[in-house]
Design a protein. Structure first.
Length: 67
């Protein structure tokens, strides 16, 4: 196992932070989670959703590469 060299991998974002990041609604997030777009699945803790920042960045890169 390699050591974590990217501290962004340890940063989790809440649903509210993800909505602000993309300027979208909760419905947009719901649609991305179910439309096969590859949007990262959240980690759910106590019915709250958290996304790894590194997963979001990786998804953004795939979106810009496909554009």
């Amino acid at each position: 196992m390699t050591p974590n060299t990217d501290p962004a991998e340890d940063i989790f974002r809440t649903s509210a932070e993800v909505r602000r990041r993309y300027g979208v609604s909760d419905m947009w997030i719901h649609r991305r989670l179910t439309d096969g777009s590859g949007f990262p699945q959240p980690l759910v803790i106590n019915r709250r959703r958290f996304w790894k920042l590194s997963d979001l960045v990786a998804w953004e890169r795939t979106q810009s590469a496909g554009a």
